[in-house]
Design a protein around this ligand. Structure first.
Ligand SMILES: Cc1cc2nc3c(=O)[nH]c(=O)nc-3n(C[C@H](O)[C@H](O)[C@H](O)COP(=O)(O)O)c2cc1C
Length: 332
């Protein structure tokens, strides 16, 4: 492995999953404070939205976001290639293609998880994006769809993408059931099969493999990292974001900081956006889980979520929410 390859693989150890309506730029700013080295993913954006929509709204991000990946949805190679070029020019470090979303709307548009059944089309998309940009192009996929239960078919899907130039694969290690389950149920009901991702990595040592799905503790992260190059955390990173900080600290040796210390680092950012006319609730909603499981954690959530909807709510509300946790007191 070259030094450049090793640096890339190292940068994959911890990432935060793409999550629609959740991992917007404000959320990523907060996650970046918690985990300075983590790889962050945008919400999924359709290639057409990038090409024809409001680019500042879809692509605007802070410099500290990096390394940050834009996740694209779509299955038209030419459109995806153009969208990837736009995203690269906006400073994204990676383009990730969504082959895992099971929603009806996405299926109707012939993208997301149903692409697991169209490996050749996905490979065309990957090849077109690889030809268009100099940054890594990656794929986030499931193990299969519906009743699929064939490791070789899954591995052949991945191999087709690697042959087309994909630099890395993120495996959400369960099937997507395209009929009868909501997207939420599709994150919970199809059984997890981590061993498929482990086997993929063991058989292809040169291929960077990131594991996703149901990983919810520091211990689990450490165990998976014995088998794959990286872990991607989704819901736990949102509902209990301090876990991100603990994982990052365990991996890098950086000092662990308190929740309150980390939260107060958001103040200039929050005030900057309030001055630009953005309501506090658009940022504070991402902070609600910070004290999850802690004394005062529910009260923190309540004070912040109720107060943030009032017109004119500002940083003092965040301080009031910190005060009910009791954690801020010794730091003042
Ligand atoms: C609210 C929400 C939105 C999501 N949106 C996306 C998305 O835009 N693209 C994607 O690939 N996966 C999306 N996912 C799936 C996550 O990226 C991840 O694969 C899934 O939640 C499993 O990981 P976890 O068990 O760590 O949460 C979403 C998940 C949630 C909870």
């Amino acid at each position: 492995m070259t030094t450049a390859n090793r640096a890339y693989t190292d940068s994959l150890r911890l990432s935060v999953a793409p999550m629609l309506d959740w991992t917007d730029r404000h959320c990523r700013y907060f996650h970046r404070l918690l985990a300075p080295g983590a790889r962050l993913y945008s919400e999924m954006m359709h290639a057409n939205a990038i090409l024809h929509g409001d680019r500042e709204r879809h692509l605007g991000h802070d410099a500290c976001d990096n390394p940050v990946a834009l996740q694209l949805g779509g299955s038209d190679p030419a459109l995806l290639a153009q969208a990837a070029q736009v995203a690269a020019a906006w400073g994204y470090d990676e383009i990730n293609l969504n082959c895992g979303c099971p929603s009806d709307r996405v299926q109707a548009g012939r993208f997301g998880a149903c692409l697991m059944r169209e490996p050749a089309l996905v490979a065309e998309c990957v090849a077109a994006m690889v030809a268009a940009v100099d940054i890594p192009v990656t794929v986030k996929c499931r193990l299969g769809v519906d009743e699929d239960n064939d490791y070789e078919q899954f591995a052949a899907f991945v191999d087709a993408q690697v042959a087309a130039g994909a630099d890395m694969v993120i495996v959400h290690a369960r099937n997507a059931w395209l009929k009868g389950l909501s997207p939420k149920e599709n994150r919970e009901i199809p059984p997890l099969k981590y061993d498929w991702a482990y086997r993929l990595k063991a058989e292809r040592p040169q291929l960077p493999v990131v594991l996703n799905g149901g990983i919810a503790s520091l211990e689990a992260v450490q165990a998976h990292l014995q088998q794959v190059d990286g872990v991607m955390l989704g819901r736990i990173a949102y509902h209990d974001p301090y876990v991100l900080h603990l994982v990052e600290a365990a991996q890098t040796g950086m000092a662990v900081r308190s929740r309150t210390e980390l939260l107060r680092q958001m103040q200039p950012y929050v005030q900057g956006w309030l001055e630009r006319g953005v309501a506090l609730k658009h940022i504070s909603k991402h902070l609600l889980g910070l004290y999850a499981g802690q004394p005062g954690g529910r009260a923190f959530r309540q004070v912040l979520s109720e107060g943030a909807h009032r017109p004119g709510a500002g940083w003092e509300l965040v301080e009031a929410a910190i005060a009910v946790t009791g954690e801020g007191r010794e730091l003042c």
